[in-house]
Design a protein around this ligand. Structure first.
Ligand SMILES: [Zn+2]
Length: 655
């Protein structure tokens, strides 16, 4: 090859990399968005100062970190805990890495270095990493029969591939935060080993718990090495293909059947949400990545069908997924019990990851409507205001006695034998600023309303955007735009479903007895008309430094009814205001919540209570001579176990 052809080849490779297809809409990274006030500032600060160190301490106390040292021969001891505990440590490292990017802390940086030394030591020479097996060896020593006697002998239950999926996500976050390759090298060595071992004409297996697929896509993005992407796709495509897996045809050993782990039919033929809801949610998120990067219509069609099934039939008003404790699974259509609801906190995180990706694929605001509903309700309830206790299970009703929180308590608990949820909260919260804005060419999307200062690149030019709002207590949002010079572009402000008459996309829930005023948009104090498209108000103009948008969303208290087919919500009403779902707690209502009656048209009075439950807007009303007080659902269970209900009867029950 001549010098010139080499040069041309390099150029064409660079061009290929530059134009590598991905989501058509690009999220503005969380590092460009500083949350500097409002509702979320204190929650993010608590995550950084309390939850991250708390989760690391728990990982130390429970032997999760020592397992790496023992596996690596750096300490004596035996394996402690469960086969999937490695993943918890990786998830806290992921959260800590995000935190480092926005709040550098040399002590934390060094602590992460020390953990990565342990991870590297625990990695076997060929790249395999799974501390339970490295410590106990391939033998009858492994009492946890779900781990399988030898490598990959029981991937349906071993979490061998799940664990490393979280490692890939954490390693990419650490590399991006610090520029150090130490952890990324461990991750790549592991992925390379897996690709030498598993694949077409090699061992054909699929992970029992999806997650590695999301991690592999992140490895692909950071390395631009397409093999990681192909491997993710291979693992997805082999689901439901027992015919291709003669050695491991059937995941029946889980006792749940193939649909439990979405392995019953090929992913492109799946049209309904079934099985374990966290596994499903991670799979749908990974499928969205493949649909975007490979422009795959079959994947997209499956995702659209499954999404419709979820929002029309299987989602709680809080955005929670997974009705059943048994199998931590989706129920049948309209099976949405309130007291025994499972709605795992991890499923809430998975639901947000998936819906954000669907927005990036389509530009439709309805996905961010679901995201917001999960965020302020089903997800946020998962962690206490103090940041050191958690819900694994998020019911919509409680008698205050049943230990619904995986048998531990009728309230939040500091930790669990399976602690996936505390470690999912800790990694999600610091990434929240990354869900606020997105761009596509000349368009800037504003998806979440929260106080922040950010820099958004519009057609390659930096534009500063400042949002100020008292959301979610007040629907007034002020947006100040600072381009360097006057610049023509389009602002797309999300017009939330709740502000245009729909609590959730689809027909599972609807507002009754109430109306809201139309949203009002002002530019520099003057009312402007706007067109709406895909759930966004579009404003195209030449923006000048200091131009100010004011977006006012009316926030009346609203009654919600569920589709008649949801038998558990029949003849009942729930109360919302803006994106926030309310509940009654016994402690505010003479010890009772489950028997409270809210007749149609009850007039609730909103009242800001800065000193109650971290600052909430409560709702109160007089009903049959008694005072009824409601609080945001996310804030419940901070005053001891007691009755709670989201849905209320409309007439007194006859005994
Ligand atoms: Zn969980």
């Amino acid at each position: 090859m001549t010098k010139r052809t080499v040069y041309a080849l390099v150029l064409s490779l660079l061009a290929a990399v530059a134009s590598a297809q991905d989501y058509p809409i690009v999220p503005v990274p969380f590092t460009s968005v500083a949350i500097n006030g409002g509702f979320w500032q204190s929650r993010l600060a608590t995550n950084r100062t309390v939850t991250i160190p708390f989760d690391f301490r728990k990982c130390e106390e429970t032997g999760r970190i020592a397992n790496f040292a023992v596996a690596g021969g750096l300490a004596k001891g035996t394996f402690k805990g469960k086969r999937y505990d490695d993943s918890d440590v990786f998830k806290v490292v992921e959260g800590a890495s995000y935190s480092l990017q926005t709040h550098y802390d040399p002590k934390l940086d060094h602590y992460l270095d020390s953990l990565i030394t342990l991870f590297a030591a625990a990695q076997e020479p060929d790249g395999y990493l799974y501390t339970i097996r490295s410590i106990l060896k391939d033998s009858a020593n492994i009492k946890d029969d779900q781990a399988g006697p030898t490598r990959f002998s029981y991937v349906a239950g071993s979490h061998e591939l799940y664990n490393v999926g979280h490692m890939y996500e954490a390693a990419v976050a650490h590399f991006q935060a610090t520029g150090k390759r130490s952890f990324l090298n461990v991750a790549l060595k592991n992925a390379d080993y897996l690709m030498r071992t598993i694949g077409p004409d090699k061992l054909i297996v699929v992970p029992g718990h999806q997650e590695i697929e999301i991690g592999l896509v992140k490895l692909y993005r950071v390395t631009k090495d397409k093999r990681y992407l192909d491997f993710a796709r291979f693992l997805l495509d082999m689901r439901g293909r027992a015919d291709k897996r003669p050695l491991f045809p059937d995941p029946a050993k889980t006792g749940q059947g193939a649909s439990y782990l979405q392995d019953h039919i090929p992913v492109t033929q799946q049209k309904t949400a079934v099985g374990h809801s966290v596994r499903a949610g991670y799979m749908y998120a990974a499928m969205s990545d493949i649909a975007a990067i490979q422009n795959d219509k079959a994947y997209m069609d499956a995702l659209l069908a499954i999404w419709n099934d979820v929002v029309e039939r299987k989602q709680y008003l809080t955005g929670g997924l997974g009705a059943r404790g048994h199998g931590e699974a989706f129920g049948e259509a309209y099976e949405l019990p309130n007291d025994v609801a499972y709605a795992e906190t991890c499923a809430a995180v998975a639901n947000m990851l998936w819906n954000h990706r669907m927005f990036l694929l389509t530009g439709d605001a309805k996905y961010m409507d679901v995201f917001e509903r999960v965020l302020y309700n089903g997800f946020l309830a998962g962690v206490s205001l103090e940041g050191d206790s958690f819900f694994y299970v998020n019911p919509l009703a409680s008698d205050g006695k049943r230990k619904f929180n995986v048998g531990q308590a009728a309230t939040r608990a500091p930790w669990f034998g399976t602690s996936c949820c505390p470690t999912n909260v800790v990694r999600f919260l610091p990434s929240l600023p990354g869900y606020v804005y997105a761009t596509k060419g000349n368009d800037v999307f504003i998806n979440l309303f929260l106080t922040n200062q950010s820099t958004v690149s519009v057609n390659g030019k930096p534009v500063q955007i400042r949002q100020e709002t008292n959301y979610p207590w007040d629907g007034k949002v002020s947006v100040t735009v600072q381009p360097k010079q006057p610049q023509a572009f389009t602002m797309q402000l999300r017009l939330p479903g709740w502000a245009s008459g729909k609590p959730m996309p689809g027909y599972l829930y609807e507002y009754v007895n109430t109306t809201a005023k139309a949203p009002v948009l002002l530019v520099n104090g003057k009312s402007v008309s706007y067109e709406t498209e895909n759930g966004y108000a579009r404003v195209s103009r030449t923006w000048r430094p200091g131009d100010r948008l004011e977006w006012t969303l009316d926030m009346p208290v609203r009654e919600v009814k569920a589709n008649e087919q949801v038998t558990d919500d029949r003849h009942k009403v729930a109360i919302e205001r803006g994106p926030v779902v309310y509940c009654a707690e016994g402690v505010d209502n003479g010890g009772q919540a489950l028997s409270l009656v809210v007749p149609a048209g009850t007039a609730f009075r909103p009242q800001m209570q800065p000193d109650k439950l971290g600052g909430i807007l409560s709702l109160s009303a007089q009903e049959a001579g008694k005072n009824v007080t409601l609080i945001p659902y996310y804030a419940w269970s901070h005053r001891g176990p007691n009755e709670m209900s989201v849905w209320f009867g409309q007439v007194k029950p006859t005994k």
